[in-house]
Design a protein around this ligand. Structure first.
Ligand code: ATP
Ligand code: MG
Length: 455
């Protein structure tokens, strides 16, 4: 009887859900999902084919599948496979294992990298030689417990990111409501929301990022813990937070992301001084930050280069200015000295939240110090500044400050014109400025002239 019931249940599931894919996955046929292989990178297809030939399961998964279904151009293609990192490594000569918390394999094809992850399992299922480790606040420090296709789907973050596509037979597989959620433009976390955010608080930021980038609404149960547990973000190492900051602000939807980060009280765990200035500062402070995100999004739409140094310079600018004002008024420091000291303080505080690699930290400071130098353009200085490797970014920053409402007495326009005129024009512009003003920098004290010997 029980067997019969089970058989009937299985049959009805088959009929209604078509759950006859591997591990009971729901199968969506090619004509129903509409994904076309011509929009998938050849490298990803090759990786999947070679893994199949070597006897492993392999699927395209994550953002690649999601974006293809949405008709957008995927940023990258991720592959999930039954092969362990070592087994994947053995299939591809051009590959290497990376990561410690989450070990994956990078397979390189020229400039393109395909990430291959091994099917994950929950941490109750630690096998021999596998790594599971949690911090005292429940965060996963090592997430290298391997499983099968079904357990892998349960370990992914959102339903729309847990769709598996096999380019060889055109089948799309799912275990949850990914396709339905995608159609309803809904972001839904897989499993028990609070537990999933706790084991990896970066998922709080990923929820915000996808909601902003895709314009999806966050399903109620997925949304509820975000504001309440934003403080989980303080458990994430600063280097990983920096990586997330890049994804949040350098992917074309910085403006929407910033607004959601504030709405969900998360910004204070990424940029505390920015958050403070936006909440309590002057209008011009909040404005430079929103201008920076609008400009960044616009540049990305136009395929122009954007650098984290510029975003960081803008996000921390209001705090830098406030601290400089204080040092100049209270400690009577010169503008240069105040900037040096203020920058040191702001950077030290910021580094305890998100790391900033030196390759961005140095240009960020240069953008700042050039703000004091760009107004002093008399004599040969304009030419020297113009040749400075960071001139362009610093000039853009002047324009940003003016756009945000700072009054710089037409500095941006002057530099715009300077770049557009010929050599004679340049000389005339400098001539019109008059003779160099004193820099305000203390002159090195001259040695007193030896007194003439008494006669
Ligand atoms: P993007 O377009 O930004 O690349 P993505 O969804 O592909 O979006 P990735 O960071 O490339 O994001 O991750 C690939 C896939 O790995 C995700 O779609 C998701 O299934 C899974 N994943 C990534 N990070 C996590 C996480 N912190 N927790 C659970 N699953 C994750
Ligand atoms: Mg991806």
């Amino acid at each position: 009887m029980l067997n019969k019931l089970r058989q009937l249940k299985n049959l009805s599931q088959k009929l209604f859900d078509n759950t006859d894919g591997p591990m009971g996955a729901k199968v969506i046929e090619a004509k129903a999902h509409g994904i076309q292989n011509k929009f998938i990178s050849n490298a990803a297809i090759k990786v999947i084919r070679q893994l199949h030939e070597a006897g492993y399961e392999a699927y395209l998964v994550g953002g690649g599948v999601r974006d293809l279904l949405l008709g957008a151009k995927p940023k990258d293609f991720d592959v999930a496979s039954s092969a362990t990192p070592e087994q994947t490594r053995a299939v591809f000569r051009n590959s290497r294992i990376i990561g410690r918390r989450f070990r994956i394999v990078h397979v390189r094809f020229g400039r393109e990298i395909i990430e291959v992850t091994t099917f994950r399992d929950s941490h109750e299922e630690v096998g021999e030689g596998q790594e599971a480790q949690q911090s005292e606040n429940g965060m996963l420090l090592r997430d290298n417990v391997y499983g099968n296709l079904r357990t892998d789907a349960e370990r992914r973050d959102f339903t729309i990111n847990a769709l598996y596509y096999n380019p060889e037979n055109g089948e799309l597989l799912e275990f949850s409501s990914g396709l339905e959620d995608l159609n309803a433009r809904t972001l839904r976390i897989i499993g028990e929301p609070e537990a999933r955010y706790k084991e990896d608080p970066v998922r709080l930021l990923r929820a915000i990022r996808f909601a902003a980038k895709l314009g999806f609404s966050i399903e109620a149960k997925t949304e509820a813990p975000i504001r309440e547990h934003a403080d989980y973000l303080s458990h994430i190492p600063s280097a990983r937070l920096f990586e997330e900051v890049l994804k949040l602000f350098m992917a074309g939807s910085a403006t929407a992301t910033l607004s959601l980060l504030r709405e969900y009280h998360c910004l204070q765990y990424l940029f505390p001084s920015t958050d403070y200035c936006m909440e309590n500062g002057r209008d011009v402070d909040a404005h430079i930050i929103s201008c920076a995100t609008t400009n960044t999004d616009k540049r990305i739409r136009q395929d122009k280069k954007v650098t984290p140094a510029f975003i960081y310079a803008a996000f921390l600018w209001p705090a830098l200015r406030a601290s400089m004002r204080h040092l100049i008024n209270e400690q009577k420091l010169s503008a240069q000295e105040a900037m040096q000291q203020a920058a040191q303080g702001i950077i030290t505080q910021q580094l305890s939240y998100t790391a900033i690699p030196k390759r961005f930290l140095i240009p960020m400071r240069e953008i700042w110090t050039l703000q004091l130098r760009l107004p002093r353009r008399q004599g040969k200085r304009a030419y020297v500044l113009f040749e400075h490797p960071r001139f362009r970014a610093a000039y853009d920053f002047v324009l940003l400050r003016e756009q945000a409402g700072e009054d710089l007495s037409g500095l941006g326009e002057w530099w715009t014109n300077f770049q557009n005129v010929d050599d004679t024009g340049k000389a005339e512009m400098i001539e019109a400025l008059g003779s160099p003003r004193p820099t305000g920098r203390r002159q090195p004290r001259r040695k007193p002239k030896p007194k003439p010997a008494a006669e």
